[in-house]
Ligand binder design. Sequence first.
Ligand SMILES: [Cu+2]
Length: 114
Amino acid sequence: MTNPTRRDALRLGAALVALPLTAAMASAASHATAHTVVIKGMKFTPENLNINAGDTVTWVNEDNVRHSATDLNGAFDTGLLQKGQSATMTFGGAGRFEYRCTPHASMRGTITIS
Ligand SMILES: [Cu+2]
């Protein structure tokens, strides 16, 4: 599967593979949809995202300051992304995840997988 995101995402993606949440379901991969959450103006857009199991979510930071997308319960963490950097996660199962930006506690978002 060719990853359409930029090189930074591939590198970060590799680092995230060890997280249990990224256990992608191979059977769903061919039907997977790639979603993007833009981080700009100190907020996540869309703030609340509904996806299907097996889909990927790429967070792209377009702000001049560093941001992260960090699950409140530790399920995933993109780490700090500089301007222009992105990180991609694959969500394997149903559930709902609330996340925040580590340096900016008021920046919140959710991913709901069905
Ligand atoms: Cu932030």
